[in-house]
Design a protein around this ligand. Sequence first.
Ligand SMILES: Nc1ncnc2c1ncn2[C@@H]1O[C@H](COP(=O)(O)OP(=O)(O)OP(=O)(O)O)[C@@H](O)[C@H]1O
Ligand SMILES: [Mg+2]
Length: 465
Amino acid sequence: MISLKAGLSWLIGMVLLATLLINLGIQLMHAGPRVRAEAGSNLRLAREFVLTTITSLPDGDNPTPALRRLYANLGSLRHVDIRILDRGVAPPAHWSADDHVNDADPPAWFVKLVDVPPPRVILVPIRVHESEYGNVAIISNPLDELEEVWSDMTWLASISLVVTLAIIVLVLLLVRYSLRPFAALQAGLADLEAGKSGIRIAPRGASEFRNISIALNSLATTLDRVRNENRDLVNQLIQIQDSERKEIARDLHDEAGPCLFSIRAAAASLQEALTETSPDHERLRQLSSIVDRACEALQSLFRGLLGRLRPKGLTELGLEAALKSLFVSWSLGHPEVDLRLMAPHDLSSLDEATAFTAYRVIQESVTNIFRHARATSAQVSVSFGWDSLRDAGEDEAEDVPTLTLLIEDNGIGIAEEHRSGMGLLGMRERVQALGGAMKVERRTGGGTRVTVSLPIRDEEEVSGD
Ligand SMILES: Nc1ncnc2c1ncn2[C@@H]1O[C@H](COP(=O)(O)OP(=O)(O)OP(=O)(O)O)[C@@H](O)[C@H]1O
Ligand SMILES: [Mg+2]
C-alpha cells in the first residue's frame, strides 16, 4: 500500500498530465488547417501588394532595381518570400520547405505529424507599357506558421510541467503539515497497546484529528478506570478468600480439634477398659456417649461448613426451595423480624451461576438486616423483569431481561457515609462478575433498600461458557 503523500502526488500528476495531453492534442488537430489557412491568406495578400506596386511603377527604365530595393526594405515578410526573377530566368522547377530552413524551425517529426502542405509559388510578370522586365515570384512558407504552433505547444508543456511540480510540492507540504498530529495519535495508540496508564493526547490540527484525540483520551480514561477497578476487585477477592480460609481454619481448629481429641481419648479409654477382665459397663456407656456427642458436633460443624461453601439444596431443589428453607431457619433464629419472601415467578429455569449469586446476595443482605438494621420487618422479592443494566458513565443502553432482587427493611437505614465491609463488596463483585447492576440506598420511608438486577443468560450462552 503506497503512502498518502505518494498517492496524492500521483493523482495530481496524472490529472495535470492528462489535461496537458488533451490540450496538446487539440492544438495538434487544429495545426494543419490553421497553417493552410494562414499560408493561403498571406499568399493572396502578398499578390495584391505586388500587383499594386507593379501597376504604380513610373514609365521609364527597367524598374526591377527599384522593385528589388522596395522588397528588400520590407524586410522578411510573414509567411511569404518575394523574389524578383530577371527576364529570361525561369523559376526553379521545385520549391521545397527545406529552402527556408532556419534554427527556429520545428523538428522534422512534428512537421510530418501535422502534414504541412508544400510551399506554393505565384509568378507575377513585371510588365510596364508592354515591356516585360521579368517576374516577381511569391513563395508561401507554411513552416513559419507551424513554427508558431510548435513554440506555443512547447511553452504550454513547459509551463504545465512547472505548475504541476509546484502544485505537487504545495500539496505535499500541506499534507505533511496536516498529518503532524497523526504521529502523536500513533504513539498514543502504541502506548495504549503496551498497557501504559495516564495517556493523554493534546487535541491538535484538523477537526478530525481533534475528535480522534478526544475519543482516544476518553478511551484511555475508561481503560484506566476499568484497570483500577479490576485491581481493586482482585485485591478484594484475595482478601475475601483469605478471610474465608481463616474462618474455616478457625472453625476446624476450634471445633473439630476438641471433638477429635475427645474421640481419641475415649477410644484409648475404651481400649484400656477392654483389657480389664470385668469392664465397668457404666464407664463404657459414658465413653460411647462421649464419642457419640463428639461425632454429632463434628457432623453439625461439617454441615455448617458445607452450607457456607455450597448452599444446601440449591442445585438439587432450585433457588426458590433453597431460599424457603433458609427463611424458615432465619424465622426460627430471629423471631423479632417479620421476614417475608415473595417469588411470584417460576425460578426453575435459572442457570446455576445466577441462582447461586441471587442466593448469596439475599443471604448477605438479610444477615445485614439482622446485624445492623434494627428492623421489625423485612421483605425479599425475587422476580423477572427488564433493566438496561446501565453503568453510571453510559447514556443509553438497551433493556435486557433480568432477575430482579429487592431486599427492603424498615430499620434505621444505611448511613450515607457507610463503609463497605466484605459483605457489600463481595455482593457487588459477584453481581459485576455476571454483568449485573446493584444499588444500595436509604428508603424515603425509613430503612434500607438493596436492588440487584442480574442479566438472564439464554441456554446457549450458559452451555457455551
Ligand atoms: N440493612 C442495613 N441497615 C443498616 N445498615 C446497613 C444495612 N446493611 C448494611 N449496613 C451498613 O453497611 C455496612 C457495610 O455492610 P457490609 O455487609 O459490607 O459489612 P458488615 O456487615 O459490617 O461486615 P461483613 O463483612 O461481615 O459483612 C455495615 O457495617 C452497616 O453499617
Ligand atoms: Mg455484612
